[in-house]
Design a protein around this ligand. Structure first.
Ligand code: CDP
Ligand code: MG
Length: 135
């Protein structure tokens, strides 16, 4: 079994899409192994998205991710990372395939409704950041 991390982002939480998004993963054979609903401090997402620090969209990304609560979900199934990315669709909702989560629910950049880890190493790092923090 492989695991991955998804985040239901603030635009989707605000529009009442948490159930719809998690349901799509459950229907696709993912098992929910841990889940956490909260509104983290900006510092958390600066660390989470550290690889984007130099990018022009970094500031708006952090502002957006802290604009409301999010739902962190750890999911497990064979080839979880690749399967989740396929369900999620392209980064820009305007380019995402109809039937993908971002194609159906995403609004624009950065409001693309859901995050999914992009490789198994990233998944392990992200799961640790979210769930193995000492409070
Ligand atoms: O989320 P994904 O891995 O598909 O894309 P990314 O390139 O890792 O970017 C992370 C997040 O930054 C995206 O999901 C968008 O919310 C945001 N972003 C943006 O606002 N503008 C861009 N040009 C690219 C990404
Ligand atoms: Mg990414």
């Amino acid at each position: 079994m492989e695991r991955t991390l998804i985040i239901v982002k603030p635009d989707a939480v605000e529009r009442g899409m948490v159930g719809e998004i998690i349901s799509r993963f459950e229907h696709a054979g993912f098992e929910i192994t841990r889940m956490r609903f909260e509104r983290p401090e900006p510092e958390f997402f600066r660390r989470f998205y550290a690889e984007h620090e130099e990018k022009p969209h970094f500031k708006r990304l952090i502002e957006y991710m802290t604009s409301g609560p999010v739902c962190f979900v750890e999911l497990a199934r064979p080839e979880a990372v690749e399967r989740a990315r396929l369900l999620v669709g392209a980064t820009d909702p305007n380019e995402a395939t109809p039937g993908s989560i971002r194609g159906d629910i995403g609004i624009d950049l950065p409001r693309n409704s859901v995050h999914a880890s992009d490789c198994p190493e990233a998944a392990e790092r992200e799961v640790a950041l979210v769930f193995d923090r000492t409070e």
